[in-house]
Design a protein around this ligand. Structure first.
Ligand SMILES: Nc1nc2c(ncn2[C@@H]2O[C@H](COP(=O)(O)OP(=O)(O)OP(=O)(O)O)[C@@H](O)[C@H]2O)c(=O)[nH]1
Ligand SMILES: [Mg+2]
Length: 340
């Protein structure tokens, strides 16, 4: 019998049933009536996994790297969940790997679960859906959860804020060596992977990163490095950032070279977070971010539901014609809902 009620799905998922897991994720992605009860039932079961964000410019080799990283974890008998956000290149399931890394076939391995999520609907919606799916994989018992996102836009930062360890993937020869700092990746990177180390220019990229790290140290790091989710005044965040310098790891994802070193760096960061109290701090920051995100969506939905469509349309027209400024317009919409 296929599990279909909330208790059945939860029991099957906790017992390791992958089809139940896939169904739970579908309920969440499609926001069905079962989504919330499922999330409520699973939330207390989560909190054990180490969550790893892998981000970087398009085509730097993130997916390939995630594949070999998953392979390293499997060799260490750790289970791995992978979430790819809006992937342009499919996961290979290990097919790309050369002979250098002997690993089990990811595609047929029950210790690996790969899920893609598309950027549709609102960005906030995607960040929230991703956080929910991470939580479900966590509850399902995966030891490591890897999220691949492209770039470092606001939504990616929001998604990356779900991770304990963020790996920023760079590649040589993308032209602008200081692209990273411009895009603001320095603030979110716990580890840099300079992939495609078989290509020319890898040492220049490493040097550029090293220089940016030393330049960024005094203020940027203290303030922003781990303050990506909440204001900077949190003293623990500063202490934490003082003790961790992002290592730069050279990798060749297509051959698996450097994958073990990358996994080791991630594990070092995991231990560091546990010992420094950083994990607890991040859990609190994440809870704050998530609450705010859900509250924002909830309030917006409530307000829009109570605002007649023609009123909203007139307001938009009025703002477009500059008869009223958007701040005053919002105030009027809120007042009108409050008074009715
Ligand atoms: N030479 C070389 N090519 C690589 C390496 N890693 C990945 N590639 C190639 O780079 C291309 C892009 O790799 P992906 O893993 O799809 O990169 P990605 O960052 O996930 O790409 P998007 O998800 O589209 O942003 C593929 O053709 C890979 O085979 C590497 O270490 N060296
Ligand atoms: Mg990819």
């Amino acid at each position: 019998m296929t599990p279909s009620t909330v208790p059945e799905l939860v029991d099957a998922l906790l017992a390791g049933n992958r089809r139940a897991l896939a169904r739970v994720i579908s309920h969440i992605e499609n926001n069905t009536d079962l989504a919330r009860p499922l999330l409520a039932a699973l939330y207390p079961r989560a909190g054990r996994a180490h969550i790893i964000g892998v981000t970087g410019s398009p085509g730097t080799g993130k997916s390939t790297l995630v594949n070999v990283l998953a392979g390293v974890y499997r060799q260490r008998d750790l289970t791995v969940g992978v979430i790819a956000i809006d992937p342009t290149s499919p996961f290979s399931g290990g097919a790309l790997l050369g002979d250098r890394v002997r690993m089990r076939d990811l595609a047929g391995d029950p210790g690996v679960f790969i899920r893609s999520m598309a950027t549709r609907g609102s960005l906030g919606g995607l960040a929230q859906a991703t956080a929910d799916v991470i939580m479900v994989l966590d509850a399902a018992g995966f030891d490591r959860i890897i999220i691949e996102t492209v770039g470092v836009g606001q939504s990616e930062v929001e998604i990356a804020s779900a991770a304990y360890t963020t790996v920023v993937v760079e590649a040589p020869g993308l032209g602008d060596e200081v692209q990273a700092i411009k895009a603001g990746v320095l603030e979110i990177a716990d580890i840099f992977a300079v992939n495609k180390a078989d290509r020319e220019g890898v040492d220049r990229t490493v040097m550029a990163l090293k220089m940016m790290l030393s330049l960024g140290a005094p203020e940027k790091f203290q303030v922003m490095h781990h303050g990506r989710m909440l204001p900077v005044e949190i003293p623990q965040a500063r202490t934490e950032s003082h003790a961790w310098t992002p290592p730069i790891i050279k990798t060749i994802a297509v051959s698996g070279e450097g994958a073990v070193e990358l996994a080791d760096a991630i594990e070092n960061h995991r231990l560091y977070l546990e010992q420094s109290g950083g994990r607890v701090l991040r859990d609190r920051l994440r809870a704050a971010t998530e609450l705010r995100m859900i509250l924002r969506d909830y309030l917006l939905e409530k307000l829009l539901a109570r605002t007649p469509e023609d009123v909203l349309k007139q307001t938009i027209d009025a703002v477009a014609r500059r008869e009223i400024d958007p701040y005053t317009a919002v105030q009027q919409l809120v007042d009108q809902v409050r008074n009715c």
